[in-house]
Design a protein around this ligand. Sequence first.
Ligand code: ATP
Length: 298
Amino acid sequence: MELAVETRALGKRYGRTWALRDCALQVPAGRIAALVGPNGAGKTTLLHLAVGLLRPDAGEVRVFGRDPRDGPSVLADIGFVAQDTPVYRDFTPAELITMGGKLNRRRWDAALARDRLAALGIPPDKPAGKLSGGQRAQVALALALAKRPRLLLLDEPIASLDPLARREFMQALMGAVAESETTVLLSSHLLADLERSCDYLIVLQTARVQLTGAVDELVDAHRTLVGPRAGSESIAGVAEVVRASHTERQSTLLVRRDPAVPIDPLWTEHEVTLEDLVLAHLAAAEPRVTAAAWGVPA
Ligand code: ATP
């Protein structure tokens, strides 16, 4: 299995605080991977390490087997859109596309960027500073895709988009990626939007990796169980109780299943969503992280 991103014991420290610590993860090539976690968890730090903007204080990061700080030939394979989609505001999209071509002489698909922006109705001759935040995000994505990167790193690309634009953005991203076999690693707080489009998950919590793996495997490995009020006794078919909530008579548990043993029929089983799963693991690790903190109903 080819790995687009691999980290081993990766750490980055600001003063005495570790922004990322002991981070071991793998993103297989060809995946659309979601990087999620609360504010300050270390998502931006990880992306900056992967694109070589930061130097690790511990461990290592590899992009397609190479250190991203090895030079231009590694960076030519990486597209990166930073948080707040910074584009030069005095330049028009058309000028930005021309500039991208001059900066990326090896491989630059200007037609792809122009066609994308035309399809989205974004005026090519209006300064980027006069476009809406969402339109600027689309311009930044079009420029990143025009580089035809093998790995595309996106830091909260959909935060400024309205719900419809978010869905369109993610669909466009999936389409573009399917055509080009690009691997994507994108950070976001919008779990529901990620569920439809991402097939790999990395959850960071206070500088550490909390959960990682293929989305379908993680979802399949977990269940919500509803049944009689439970104590600390073990339940047949349950490998781990990730999160429990109780009323007087009833308990609701988000569990990791033991695939070899059927769940005790006293319990009613429900499939979990990606959102259930992420929130349960974050809440288990850090009680202050509630559904409300993520802007979703509990
Ligand atoms: P958010 O969701 O809010 O964007 P994040 O998960 O991207 O957060 P990071 O920006 O990676 O989090 O920050 C991780 C930790 O590192 C935080 O505690 C943050 O305060 C700290 N940090 C990040 N950049 C710096 C810096 N330049 N100087 C000092 N501390 C920093």
